[in-house]
Design a protein around this ligand. Structure first.
Ligand code: SAM
Length: 245
C-alpha cells in the first residue's frame, strides 16, 4: 500500500543520484559546509540531495516491466528517462534489467540515462517533478478499470490531467496507447476537454518515432500483437498557458 511509499516533500529534495549515478555533479558547492558550522550544526542540517547535471525529462507512467523505458534510452542518449511503477516486485525487476544492461555495456553511456522508481503516480507526481520539467509523458496500456464505479482509478482524469499539465513544459507531448476502445475514447475525451492540451494531428503522430517504439516495445504492445489485437494511439500537446494581460 501507499504507506510504504517514500516520496520527497518537494522536487528539489529528491535525490536522483542512485538512479543516475553517471550524471551526479561532483564537488557540488551545495554540499560544502558553512565555515562557521560545527559538527553539531551539520548533523542537524537536513541532508542536501546530490545534484545531477540534468533533470529527468521523460516519464513512463505505469512502466510495467520496462520495455519502453529501456527501448527509449538509446534513442534519446542525452535525456534522462524514468519509469514509474507501483508494484514492488515489478519495479525491482526493471531496476535489475537496467543494471544488467549497463553492466553488459561497460565503457559506454548506454542505459545510464534510464531509471525506475516505485511510486503511485496518481498521488505524488508533483513531489517528484517541478513545474514544466517534463517534455514527454508516456501512458501505455494503462489498467482499463472497466466498471463505471472503478473509473476514478483510471490514470487519466480531469484532475490528473491538470497534474500532467503542471509538470509538463509547453510544447511537450503526452503519448497514450491502449487496446481498449472505451478507454481510448475516455482518454481522448478527457485530454480534449482540458484547456492545457490539444490533440496532435494524425500526420504528426505517425511521423513521431516514439509512436512506433510505444507500439512495438511495451510488453503489453507485444501481447496485443501476438493476439492480433488493435492498438489505439492518441497524442496531446501541452499548450502555452494563456497570458491574462
Ligand atoms: N506500460 C506497460 C506496458 O505497456 O507494457 C505496463 C502496462 S500494465 C497493463 C499497467 C501498469 O501500470 C502495471 O504495471 C501497474 O502496476 C501500473 N500502475 C497502475 N496504477 C499505477 C499507479 N497509480 N502508479 C504507478 N503505476 C501504476
Amino acid at each position: 500500500s501507499d504507506h510504504h511509499l517514500i516520496y520527497p516533500p518537494s522536487p528539489d529534495q529528491m535525490d536522483w543520484s542512485s538512479l543516475y549515478p553517471d550524471y551526479v555533479v561532483e564537488g557540488d558547492p551545495m554540499e560544502q559546509n558553512e565555515p562557521s558550522e560545527t559538527a553539531a550544526d551539520q548533523s542537524l542540517r537536513p541532508v542536501k540531495p546530490k545534484r545531477l547535471s540534468k533533470d529527468v525529462e521523460v516519464a513512463d507512467i505505469g512502466c510495467g516491466f520496462g520495455g519502453l523505458t529501456i527501448a527509449l534510452a538509446p534513442l534519446m542518449p542525452d535525456t534522462l528517462i524514468l519509469g514509474l511503477e507501483i508494484r514492488v516486485s515489478v519495479t525491482q525487476f526493471v531496476e535489475d534489467r537496467i543494471k544488467a544492461l549497463r553492466a553488459q555495456n561497460p565503457d559506454t553511456k548506454l542505459y545510464r540515462n534510464a531509471g525506475v522508481l516505485r511510486a503511485n503516480t496518481m498521488k505524488f507526481l508533483p513531489n517528484f517533478f517541478k513545474k514544466g520539467q517534463l517534455s514527454k509523458i508516456f501512458i501505455c496500456f494503462p489498467d482499463p478499470h472497466f466498471k463505471a464505479r472503478k473509473h476514478k482509478q483510471r490514470i487519466v482524469s480531469t484532475t490528473l490531467n491538470s497534474e500532467y499539465a503542471f509538470v509538463m513544459k509547453p510544447g511537450g507531448i503526452v503519448y497514450t496507447i491502449t487496446d481498449v476502445p472505451d478507454l481510448h475514447g475516455w482518454m481522448v475525451q478527457h485530454f480534449d476537454a482540458h484547456l492545457s492540451f490539444e490533440r496532435v494531428s494524425e500526420e504528426e503522430q505517425e511521423a513521431d518515432p516514439c509512436v512506433e517504439v510505444m507500439r512495438t516495445e511495451t510488453e503489453e504492445g507485444k501481447k496485443v500483437e501476438r493476439n492480433n489485437g488493435q492498438k489505439f494511439v492518441a497524442l496531446f500537446r501541452r499548450l502555452e498557458d494563456p497570458s491574462y494581460d
